[in-house]
Write a new protein. Structure first.
Length: 575
């Protein structure tokens, strides 16, 4: 709904008389809200506005903002809460819980499917799919690690239908999610998702603990007193520890693994993780910020029976360790700007690099999230044409008869032209020319024979252009001719250069994610805006970063070079 940019038709303050009507609408939709709740939600002194927008699909929606923050919007005759609204009242509507991996798919425009929904165990008193949810009810989605909602939509089925579906089919039709265009309405910065902890039902003790089977020994009270709720960080830490069941290791032994490690052992682990990362990583690209190298490349390859804590090593910090690696000529580190360093080169002919070896099962591999990101970033573009009345006769000749409004590729157009000419015997004595009949004469605006290529061009000119962008997770069809991605360089505040990137959205690229990659890749600030007279957003990156942006588009997003303009603006290499 709000994934693509929308047009703001009007933005007007709400009068005092209308303010009560809006409050009544919200209360009617959500009767559980008290008068105090509504007063806190809509303080009298805060500015309440009505923003009328037209979405990319042509729907007219009224959005209500409080102090420029989107509060709710009217759709399908209902008052939908925004995420900002739900964060204040997390139990206002039912939340379906899902895994963090599903986030990427929803951000790409997918709906929530039932196989991705986490449900309580069979013996739990918590309803499996929310209990009494009706079809088309307003619902939200949260994560197993945080009960704060990150998406809002409508239930595609009732709870009873979900129970009988065998966990198949669509669960929620998404209308609003964290990071969409509604979140940054009126140029507001996107708010950080509050950490509210995991959903309560995930923290409940199991049925077996509360009601042990007959004949079993009840647990001691003291052990029950020691039960504590883990935070997200502790849960993540626990997940990196060895599986006690598989390894038959007592909890005291697991805790002592890191406690008993000597400085020499920590140093050895540090070197192991360093060489594993620089030699076997499949996801590392240079240059890479030293902080990112440690967090993203070194920490994940730490052996399961060890803990990598650089503070317990002889180096105490990352910089002295990397400085030592530089002195030994294993890597090259450069300071991009004050306090920001990047690894820019690796000496793969160094004896230590060549001698290092670890078993294949211990080497870093692209995990599922990275694979899904790579898949999502891979872009396939198909330029097509929309059949119009003027050329419809040509597309009625083939075995598969086309209709007005169907889309066809250039190859298909040529195939139908050949079949039409063969069927109507429009061959000329000269095999390079085509004899025009009444239909072709009207299309080509000529009665004289013309070349096959000219016939193809005239037929294409008589149709409307469109293009299809396919990523790993979505397919976008746009009318009109595809505009290339344009990379330009401009001067700001005197002689300070900035890189401007236009038309990223046309290729299915999420500008906010692309901007973040530029920030991390070149350690430069970025901003996103809609220039006057343009319909799509423009990315600004500090400095002349043409080469980095070009390589990112070609190597990671798999954009064909013929769709990119502006490489000539890259800084020239000094001789």
């Amino acid at each position: 709904m709000f994934r693509k940019p929308f047009k703001v038709k009007s933005n007007t303050p709400v009068k005092s008389s209308e303010r009560k009507n809006i409050k009544d609408k919200i209360h009617k939709q959500y009767p559980s809200l008290t008068e105090d709740d509504l007063n806190n939600l809509l303080p009298k002194k805060d500015v309440l506005n009505t923003v009328k927008v037209v979405t990319a699909s042509g729907e007219i929606i009224h959005i209500y903002t409080i102090q420029k923050k989107p509060l709710c919007f009217e759709l399908y005759g209902k008052m939908f809460p925004t995420l900002y609204f739900l964060w204040q009242f997390p139990n206002l509507i039912h939340n379906f819980t899902t895994h963090k991996d599903v986030l990427g798919f929803i951000n790409s425009g997918a709906d929530l499917m039932l196989p991705g929904v986490l449900t309580p165990p069979a013996h739990s008193i918590t309803p499996k799919y929310g209990g009494g949810i009706q079809k088309d009810s307003i619902v939200a989605i949260n994560l197993s690690t945080n009960k704060a909602s990150f998406a809002v939509g409508t239930a595609v089925m009732s709870s009873a239908e979900m129970e009988n579906s065998g966990a198949r089919g669509k669960c929620v039709s998404i209308v609003h999610f964290y990071g969409d265009k509604l979140c940054c309405l009126e140029g507001q910065a996107i708010l950080t998702v509050p950490n509210m902890g995991p959903p309560e039902w995930l923290l409940m003790k199991s049925y077996e603990e509360d009601f042990p089977s007959l004949g079993s020994c009840p647990k001691k009270e003291e052990s029950n007193r020691n039960i504590s709720i883990l935070t997200n960080e502790e849960l993540e830490h626990e997940s990196t520890e060895p599986n006690q069941g598989e390894n038959n290791v007592k909890s005291e032994d697991v805790a002592s693994i890191s406690a008993d490690m000597t400085i020499e052992e920590v140093d050895e682990t540090l070197h192991y993780c360093f060489f594993t990362a620089i030699k076997y990583s499949k996801t590392m690209t240079l240059p890479i910020l030293t902080s990112n190298f440690y967090k993203i490349q070194m920490l994940p390859v730490c052996p399961i029976d060890k803990t990598l804590d650089i503070k317990k090593s002889s180096f105490k910090k990352l910089k002295p360790f990397l400085d030592k690696m530089c002195q030994e000529n294993i890597i090259t580190v450069k300071e991009i700007k004050k306090g920001v360093e990047s690894i820019v080169a690796i000496n793969k002919s160094h004896p230590q690099f060549e001698a290092f070896y670890t078993k294949p099962e211990n080497r870093p591999g692209a995990n599922n999230q990275e694979n899904s990101n790579t898949l999502a970033n891979s872009t396939n573009i198909t330029e097509s044409f929309i059949i119009t009345n003027s050329v419809l006769a040509i597309f009625k000749c083939g075995e598969t008869k086309m209709e007005k409004g169907n889309t066809v590729t250039g190859t298909t157009v040529k195939q139908y032209i050949r079949e039409y000419i063969a069927h109507n015997k429009c061959y000329h004595e000269n095999p390079k020319l085509v004899k025009l009949d009444t239909t072709l004469s009207t299309i080509c605006k000529s009665t004289n024979p013309i070349t096959w290529e000219e016939v193809y061009e005239k037929v294409c000119d008589s149709m409307k252009n469109c293009f299809k962008v396919q990523t790993g997770q979505e397919e976008i069809m746009n009318k009109g001719k595809l505009s290339p991605i344009v990379i330009s360089v401009a001067n700001r505040s005197g002689n300070k250069k900035v890189t401007l990137v236009d038309n990223l959205e046309l290729f299915g690229i999420r500008i906010s994610e692309f901007a973040k990659e530029c920030q991390h890749g070149v350690a430069a600030s970025t901003s996103i805006s809609v220039p006057p007279g343009k319909k799509v957003e423009q990315l600004l990156v500090q400095g002349n970063q043409v080469l980095f942006v070009y390589n990112l588009l070609v190597d990671k997003y798999k954009i064909s070079k013929r769709y990119i303009r502006g490489l000539e603006n890259a800084p020239k290499k000094k001789k």
